[in-house]
Design a protein around this ligand. Structure first.
Ligand code: ADX
Length: 211
């Protein structure tokens, strides 16, 4: 397509107008980790805490988005690239409109995550590595998918027959074998407050995040 014939439309209500109204900045909190590592649980607790503080948020969850917007995509490397590209675009649009997008996707490939980061403003992409050993994820197996993958019923399953590449320099590392999901959410809140993306937390909450 010839992009010379596309003229960017500047909005009358700016991002800054929206951020001022919301009393926080737009941002993308990107949770990455093995299936069963705890991403969705943390995403929901984080959203509930932000909601309570009056923040404007959206959760973009891999399983849900694959039922709609990305229902045409599978789990090959190229489909996962497109999955992440699209959701990076959506999350960026939301952040550019003053929302905090909480993205919960396995997003196993470093290159795909890095290309989302590269398209956003410095500091806008907050990569959160939801760390959990494969053995523990297999033990948890909340959706029974590791069992199916082990029986050869799911092809290219992350952690079993498809790789997971840990982030090299994530903004936040969470160990969900040592911390509860609530403690993980508080760590993310504390980070957002420390970067002035959300208003500074009251000391009791902030200290809970740094035990
Ligand atoms: S990603 O790798 O492209 O980022 P995404 O987060 O959208 O994955 O979807 C992962 C979810 O799809 C998992 O939580 C799991 O429930 C389901 N799933 C089904 N097949 C696979 C597979 N082959 N690999 C990983 N997850 C799968």
């Amino acid at each position: 397509m010839n992009k010379n014939h596309l003229i960017f439309q500047s909005p009358v209500i700016s991002r800054e107008n929206k951020e001022q109204k919301n009393r926080h900045q737009g941002a993308v909190v990107w949770l990455t980790g093995l299936p069963g590592s705890g991403k969705s649980t943390i995403a929901n607790l984080l959203e509930a805490a932000l909601f309570k503080k009056g923040c404007q948020t959206i959760i973009l969850d891999g399983d849900n988005i694959r039922h709609g917007l990305n229902s045409d995509l599978g789990f090959s490397r190229s489909d996962r690239a497109e999955n992440i590209r699209r959701i990076g675009e959506v999350a960026g649009l939301m952040a550019g409109n003053g929302l905090i997008s909480i993205v919960s996707f396995v997003s196993p490939f470093r290159k795909h995550r890095d290309s989302v980061r590269a398209k956003l403003r410095p500091g806008e992409f907050i990569e959160v590595f939801v760390g959990c050993s494969l053995a523990e994820c297999q033990k948890r197996d909340p959706k029974g998918l590791y069992k199916k993958a082990g029986l050869g019923k799911i092809k290219e399953f992350t952690g079993i027959t498809s790789p997971y590449e840990k982030p090299l320099r994530p903004e936040i590392v969470l160990d969900t074998e040592r911390l509860s999901a609530g403690q993980c959410a508080v760590r993310i809140l504390a980070y957002l407050a420390s970067k002035k993306i959300i208003p500074v937390l009251r000391s009791r909450m902030a200290s809970k995040g740094h035990k």
